[in-house]
Design a protein around this ligand. Structure first.
Ligand SMILES: CC(C)(COP(=O)(O)OP(=O)(O)OC[C@H]1O[C@@H](n2cnc3c(N)ncnc32)[C@H](O)[C@@H]1OP(=O)(O)O)[C@@H](O)C(=O)NCCC(=O)NCCS
Length: 159
């Protein structure tokens, strides 16, 4: 059974490996983007991240193994959704919806009224999920992070 919970320090190594596996395999990102994003979420960086903000990493587990994640950070009273991802062999079960729901539960606890994020213009799965979950497109920015094109999204949260 799939469970969704906050990451703990003992998850650091396993989660960093899951993040690496998901990012490595993404067709929408160039090599520069992949290597930088993977570096950002090393085991030690993840441990530091949740020491600073315990709500900033959510994991999905199946039989106690991490199969998905949702990473975010406090951004001047907004939440910046950094990444959500599911291991390839666990996709198709709408687990990202569970992760995004769990993220929303943390926003008021973190004093935030809005979530915002980006996705690559070619990431159809992400575009579908964000739209279905009530995110609205703000703008498309060309030649942006890592020289690639991105859509910016936001979701205003109920009080
Ligand atoms: C995005 C991601 C997390 C979704 O995984 P998931 O939760 O298993 O998603 P599911 O396969 O259950 O699909 C959820 C919905 O998206 C739709 N979807 C999935 N892949 C799609 C695609 N390539 N194009 C359009 N829609 C797609 C499904 O049809 C489903 O729609 P529905 O709920 O309306 O029926 C997963 O594809 C992933 O890890 N991708 C790599 C990382 C990434 O791109 N993250 C997002 C940017 S931060």
């Amino acid at each position: 059974m799939t469970q969704v919970r906050l990451m703990t320090e003992s998850d650091s190594l396993e989660l960093s490996q899951v993040i690496k596996e998901v990012i490595q395999d993404i067709p929408y990102y160039n090599d520069l983007a992949k290597s930088n994003e993977i570096k950002k979420f090393s085991a030690s960086a993840l441990a530091d991240k949740i020491r600073e903000d315990k709500y900033s990493a959510i994991v999905a587990t199946e039989n106690k193994k991490i199969i998905g994640f949702c990473l975010s950070r406090f951004d001047d009273y907004l939440i910046w959704l950094e990444w959500f991802g599911i291991l390839k062999n666990q996709r198709g079960k709408r687990i990202s919806k569970l992760l995004l729901e769990e993220l929303e539960k943390t926003t008021h606890l973190r004093g935030c009224h809005k979530i915002w994020c980006d996705c690559r213009t070619t990431n159809e799965a992400s575009k579908h999920i964000l739209s279905a979950f009530g995110y609205q497109q703000i703008a498309t920015v060309s030649n942006h992070w890592y020289g690639q094109d991105f859509i910016l999204w936001q979701k205003l949260l109920a009080k």
